[in-house]
Structures are given as C-alpha cells and as structure tokens.
Design a protein around this ligand. Structure first.
Ligand SMILES: CCCCCCCCCC/C=C/CC(=O)SCCNC(=O)CCNC(=O)[C@H](O)C(C)(C)COP(=O)(O)OP(=O)(O)OC[C@H]1O[C@@H](n2cnc3c(N)ncnc32)[C@H](O)[C@@H]1OP(=O)(O)O
Length: 286
C-alpha cells in the first residue's frame, strides 16, 4: 500500500486552502468557494484501487467543507485520465478485484451525486474510464486539438456495464452512445463537441479553467438544495439501478474478467500498449 498523507494549509497571500494527498491536489479559492482538484498519478492517471480511494476521501472532504463547486483536471502533460488501470483487470486477484470494482461503483456514486456542481477540464487524452470520469461531472470543457476522448472498451474486448452506458446515454443520447460504444471510436476535440461529449472547447488550459469557473458561477444565485434535488431526480433511475444491483454487478464483473477470452484480449492489448510508439495507439484506434 502506498504511503498516504493529507495535509491542509492556507496561503495568506492567495486566500487559497490547499489539500494535498499523494495523487490528488486540491485548492479551494476562499472567495468563490470553488475547489480545483488536480490529478497527479504519473504516468497516465490510471484508476487503480488506491487512487479511487483517494478520490472518494477527497469528495467527502469537499462535501463536508461545503465547497460551492469543483473543477477536476490533470497535472500531467498530455493525459487527463487513461481509464481503469488495466493491471487491476489483468490476471487479477479475485479479492482485490472485488474490492476494486466495489470502490469503482462507490467512486462513481459519490461523483455523480455530489451536492455541489462539478466541471471537468479535459486537458489530455481521456479514453474509457477516463471519459467516464469526465461524463460523471456536470459540465465538460476540452482543451486543444491534440487529444482524443471516447469509449474504447470494445477495442480491449470488454464491454461497459449498464450504469456506465446509462451515464453516457444521459449525455449524448441512446443512438450516439450505441455507435460510440460499439465502435470504440476515439473522438477529436471538434468531433467530441459535435456529438455533445463535451460542452465547450478552448485553446489552452487557463481559458478552460476560466470557462469552468464561469459555468460554476451560474449557481451563485441557485439554492444548493434546489440544485441537488433537481440533479438527483434527473439521475435517479441510473443511480437507483446501481444501488439495487451493486452485488450482482460486482459478482458478474469478477467472474467475467477472469474468463480466459477476456484475459487473452487484455494480454494482447497490454502488449500493443508496449510495442506501439507513443500516442500511436490512440490514433490507431480512431
Ligand atoms: C468516477 C469514476 C468513474 C469511472 C467509472 C468507470 C467504469 C468503467 C467500466 C468500463 C470499463 C472501462 C475499462 C477501462 O477503462 S480500460 C482502460 C482503457 N484505457 C486505454 O485503453 C488507454 C491506453 N493507453 C493509451 O492509449 C496511452 O497510454 C495514452 C493514455 C494515450 C498515453 O500515451 P503516452 O504515449 O503518453 O504513454 P504510454 O502509452 O507510453 O504509457 C505510459 C505507461 O502507462 C501505461 N498505461 C497506459 N494506460 C494504462 C492503463 N489504462 N492502465 C495501466 N497502465 C497504463 C503504459 O503501459 C506505459 O507503461 P510502461 O511505462 O510500463 O510501458
């Protein structure tokens, strides 16, 4: 287990409160009450068990601190989040995989039901679970023209569970979600804007942070209670489905991931990840 620590400091010059965990940094602007959370888990911010646990801990803390909003972004050069850590799925220990998948469900539930509005500033590639992380926020701003976003699970020989698919349907609609998921297409920034995977695009990260803040400022005059009730009602059926089917979803995933066919596909995918030149993989799978 990685050594984990949390420290809280207030910078009297910037009026920002910093919360730092080993893989996440959070800065709360005292004036606006907006938290900027930066993922920093080199090389690619892949979601493993420990990282998911940190995300849940931080979301709980932000909730307790009654922040007014959150911007989620990446501190890495060219990756927002590479999705689930494939090492959690390849040759898994069944007990760890059970804990991993349960924690993944809980992370999604925490993020999808926050009592404060959330924005993802997608400043790098964002495949599969990385795209889902962005979809689970209320608003998305994508930076530049060099990155790809989408659901490439089918290319790995696996498929997305119902709660995952419903989250995408809620954002881009049934038809586009089906085409997107079955083809595993990775979209350019402009294509993502066109199909509604992202709400806005902009040239650089600073402007994207400004756009994110601008979106969150819409809630200055909205009652937090009205915001939360509206969001809960809107997302209720997908949330309730997962709550009612948590154990079934875990049992199915643990058995399915260990099947020889899935393991073979993951092995081939991991090999291609190593053998292809940098970024070739993402462009190959367009
Ligand atoms: C609130 C939470 C919501 C989440 C809910 C999710 C529900 C999920 C259900 C559906 C299932 C989803 C499955 C997945 O997410 S599987 C992961 C899919 N991801 C990918 O296919 C990405 C593959 N990676 C790449 O294409 C590229 O790495 C990159 C991201 C474009 C970066 O390219 P770059 O050239 O910068 O870096 P490298 O390719 O050289 O990679 C550096 C090292 O990192 C390793 N790596 C990359 N991606 C992963 C990964 N996803 N898991 C583990 N390891 C990864 C890569 O092998 C290199 O390792 P090395 O240095 O040891 O060679």
């Amino acid at each position: 287990m990685l050594r984990r620590y949390i420290s809280y400091t207030t910078n009297k010059f910037t009026n920002c409160r910093h919360v730092s965990q080993s893989m996440l940094q959070s800065t709360v602007d005292e004036k606006s009450g907006i938290a900027t959370v930066t993922m920093n888990k080199p090389p690619v911010n892949s979601l493993n068990l420990e990282f998911l646990e940190e995300i849940i801990t931080l979301l709980n803390k932000l909730q307790k601190d009654k922040v007014r909003g959150m911007i989620l972004t990446s501190g890495l050069q060219k990756v927002f989040c590479a999705g689930l850590d494939i090492k959690e799925l390849y040759k898994p220990n069944p007990d760890r995989l059970t804990k991993f998948w349960t924690t993944l469900q809980d992370t999604w539930l925490s993020l999808y039901t926050t009592s404060f509005p959330t924005v993802s500033v997608i400043n790098g590639h964002s495949p599969a679970g990385g795209c889902m992380l962005a979809m689970s926020c209320d608003y998305r701003v994508m930076v530049g023209q060099n990155y790809r976003i989408g659901f490439n699970e089918a290319k790995l020989g696996i498929f997305a569970p119902k709660w995952f698919q419903n989250t995408i349907i809620a954002v881009i609609g049934q038809r586009k979600a089906e085409v997107s998921l079955t083809t595993g297409k990775m979209y350019t920034t402009d294509e993502a804007l066109q199909i509604g995977l992202v709400d806005e695009t902009c040239a650089d990260a600073d402007s994207a942070l400004k756009k994110g803040t601008h979106f969150l400022n819409n809630f200055q005059n909205i009652s937090p209670w009205a915001y939360k009730m509206t969001k809960d009602i809107n997302r209720q059926s997908t949330i309730q489905w997962l709550i009612d089917n948590k154990q079934k979803d875990v049992d199915f995933t643990v058995e399915y991931m260990q099947s020889p066919g899935v393991q073979k596909n993951l092995e081939l995918y991991l090999q291609s990840l190593k053998s292809l030149p940098p970024l070739k993989l993402i462009s190959e799978i367009n």
